[in-house]
Design a protein around this ligand. Structure first.
Ligand SMILES: NC(=O)c1ccc[n+]([C@@H]2O[C@H](COP(=O)([O-])OP(=O)(O)OC[C@H]3O[C@@H](n4cnc5c(N)ncnc54)[C@H](O)[C@@H]3O)[C@@H](O)[C@H]2O)c1
Length: 380
């Protein structure tokens, strides 16, 4: 197969950002944008017209039935992901899913099994271990540069990020997208949406978590969005303790406000030093490409920091993509494209995503039961 017929499920914020990458000439010769769907019919139609997508639908089952779709990206709210990935696999489509691909470990295991049994490619975001700095931190810790590792911390805070996104501030269908689902059960909250990045990196670097315990609750009961009050019931304040075995522990957080770590990077503390964000013992971490990532702070470049610039080091990010948003999501999609069209399996695996979902699912269970949970999955 040379050119991949590609469909997009959900025409919201991330789909619109991703499409800016997918219409670039280096991708256009590899991917045909054949279909998009969104229950908001005008949005599906407007996105199809703006990006030259052949067909638009209001129902993902119609998109899956369209014979000019070989692979899809799932870009809908998180609570729909499991069923949509499942139906796509049952319809013999290859799948990229935005994080997270499911909200329970049993669902994630089912998707992993289905893809394997049907020899379909499944790439679940986020592909954090594609990033050179994460692979370098893994190597540095393994060779003992900071001594015996004792503990680590990672996490993220919601703030008002999703309320403030530009795609939600306008008056037409492509800019008036409602973010309420981010704050509601099921599927809402910062763990599935943000902490998932840092947990994927943490477990990519340190390996499998054996047990977790957690406290979790909903701190902010309502949020304001464009003058309207949005009732919020999804947990937005969660702190998790993770046990890696042999008395190595970590702490992860997904909170309404307040970050103690940089971007989605963790901090790692050993007997002879520490890695904090992109520094080691207070000095810059010299991972391969760090000099290029730092250029992202150069004047006139849209990207604003080395953290953003780290995306420039991803395999498919060339100059056509460097100034476009969400380069990492585009990269994950191209992992699927390479896998399907060139037979190159992606290092971004469903097994790793399943382990991270196991951590989140178990953390919520630990909080409601008051009991430490033993995980049933591992990562290599
Ligand atoms: N916004 C970001 O910064 C961002 C970044 C990276 C990844 N993501 C991920 O992308 C996914 C989508 O997030 P978003 O911010 O684009 O959401 P969004 O709220 O901007 O858009 C969601 C879209 O999905 C549509 N939709 C609702 N139900 C649907 C269904 N059953 N089938 C198909 N479409 C449906 C909505 O009408 C809306 O157009 C999530 O998994 C999120 O975690 C978001």
């Amino acid at each position: 197969m040379s050119k991949l017929n590609f469909g997009i499920v959900g025409a919201g914020t991330i789909a619109l950002r991703l499409l800016r990458h997918l219409v670039q000439p280096d991708v256009a010769e590899r991917v045909s944008l054949t279909a998009i769907c969104d229950p908001v019919a005008d949005r599906a139609q407007a996105a199809a017209e703006k990006f030259g997508i052949t067909r638009w639908f209001t129902d993902e089952q119609e998109l899956l039935a369209y014979d000019k779709v070989d692979a899809v990206t799932i870009a809908s709210p998180i609570n729909f992901h499991f069923e949509q990935v499942r139906r796509a696999l049952l319809a013999a489509k290859h799948v990229h899913c935005n994080k997270t691909m499911a909200t329970s470990v049993s669902e994630a295991k089912e998707l992993t099994r289905l893809a394997r049994e049907r020899t379909l490619c499944l790439v679940p975001s986020p592909g954090e271990m594609l990033r050179p700095h994460n692979r370098y931190i893994k190597e540095v810790i393994r060779r003992g540069d900071i001594g015996t590792l004792c503990w680590a911390v990672c996490g993220a805070a919601f703030g008002t990020y999703h309320q403030d996104e530009s795609e939600r501030q306008g008056n037409d269908v492509l800019t008036n997208i409602d973010p309420s689902w981010y704050f509601r059960k099921p599927g809402g909250g910062p763990l599935y949406d943000m902490t998932v990045y840092s947990l994927t990196a943490l477990t990519g670097i340190l390996g499998s978590v054996l047990r977790v315990t957690a406290l979790s609750g909903a701190r902010i009961k309502e949020r304001e969005f464009r003058g309207r009050l949005v009732p919020c019931d999804a947990d937005d304040n969660t702190v998790i303790l993770l046990d890696f075995g042999d008395s190595l522990f970590a702490f992860a957080y997904g909170t309404a406000a307040g970050r103690i770590t940089e971007a989605f990077n963790g901090s790692y503390f050993g007997t002879r030093g520490s890695i904090i964000g992109l520094t080691i013992n207070g000095e810059p971490l010299e991972y391969p490409g760090a000099d290029i990532a730092r250029q992202a702070g150069a004047p006139g470049v849209e990207a604003r920091s080395q953290h953003i610039g780290n995306q420039w080091l991803l395999p498919h990010i060339n100059e056509l993509h460097r100034d476009l948003p969400e380069q990492h999501v585009f990269e994950d999609v191209m992992q699927l494209v390479d896998w399907v069209t060139e037979g190159k399996p992606s290092p971004v695996t469903a097994e790793h995503a399943t382990h991270v979902i196991d951590i989140i699912d178990s953390a919520y269970r630990a909080s409601t039961t008051g009991k430490t949970q033993v995980l049933s999955t591992t990562v290599e």
